[in-house]
Design a protein around this ligand. Structure first.
Ligand code: G1P
Length: 294
């Protein structure tokens, strides 16, 4: 059993999804590059990882996702033009967001076989160390970034950690759901996990929100994982094996902030409004416009 507390240095971002729910916007542009205010969705999630001390950013991409790689690179012509025009604050903004040399890796998921398969594609780059996994569709807004909270819990307990939050009972079938020892605790041992339980069978209303800290033993299990819910290779199924057969501890870390599911149109639109309303430079004017609209 591994309860290693090696530092979490690497984070995996699965960004291979087709984005069919946003067509035609995502016909030629990855859904992860849709903007929430003035930053792409994927940038917000990378920001969260950086704020938690992550040093290496691993993207599981697919066909037509090349622009994500460009986004996390420097852009010489643009920077030179900004320099010539004296646009120093824009230049600083770009420099601040740029990952350091060698801090990004990109690999392709060659077939859309599911989240579990996407994570497995990161095995060679992650190697034999615990890592963070962030699902970019899910924006987690809070004063303290969700992953920072999780790393703190990990440093106290070791093992595997999953961020959870309550959802209405009629939505539990859409998510991974966990049962825990103490539903009120900030951090609690997980006693059960199930991916997309049929209506009325969920062990609780705590859903897996898309932030994980996992031990590297997950990769061997993912490599052998058979198809689960929706005919896809499910990460949750391998986590169940890691907990039950390999006897590794799993903890749920309750996230108390706001979650915006940017994989859905309403979640994405709401995220734009919420993030803009949180900005001093935009909120007053936006509020006035909203009053006219609704
Ligand atoms: C995935 C996970 C699920 C989790 C969800 C959060 O599902 O398999 O456990 O609750 O992300 O968004 P998907 O959204 O890929 O169907």
């Amino acid at each position: 059993m591994s309860t290693s507390k090696r530092r979490i240095r690497k984070a995996v971002f699965p960004v291979a999804g087709l984005g069919t729910r946003f067509l035609p916007a995502t016909k030629a542009m990855p859904k992860e590059m849709l903007t929430v205010v003035d930053r792409p969705v994927i940038q917000h999630v990378v920001d969260e990882a950086r704020a938690a001390g992550i040093e290496h950013f691993i993207f599981i991409t697919g066909r037509n996702k090349g622009v994500i790689e460009d986004h996390f690179d420097s852009m010489f012509e643009l920077e030179q033009t900004l320099q010539q025009r004296g646009k120093m604050s824009e230049l600083e903004l770009l420099a601040r967001d740029l990952p350091g040399a060698g801090q990004t890796s990109f690999t392709r998921q060659q077939a859309p076989l599911g989240l579990g398969h996407a994570v497995w594609c990161a095995r060679e780059i992650v190697g034999d160390e615990p890592f963070a996994l962030l699902l970019p569709d899910m924006l987690h807004a809070a004063a303290k970034p969700c992953l920072a909270d999780m790393i703190e819990a990990y440093e106290a307990h070791g093992g595997n950690h999953i961020a959870v939050a309550p959802v209405p009972e009629d939505q539990t079938h859409q998510y991974g759901i966990v049962g825990v020892e103490d539903v009120k605790a900030k951090v609690s041992r997980i006693t059960k996990m199930v991916e997309k339980p049929p209506r009325g069978t969920a062990p609780s209303n705590l859903h897996i929100t898309g932030r994980y800290i996992l031990q590297p033993e997950i990769f061997d299990l993912l490599g052998k994982q058979t198809k689960g819910a929706g005919g896809e290779i499910q990460l949750t199924d391998s986590m169940i094996t890691l907990a039950e057969a390999a006897n590794q501890p799993f903890h749920a870390v309750r996230f108390d902030g706001q979650i915006y599911d940017c994989g859905s149109k309403i979640g994405f639109l709401t995220a734009n409004l919420a993030y803009a309303l949180a900005r001093e430079d935009l909120a007053p004017a936006l509020r006035a416009e909203l009053r006219k609209l609704v």
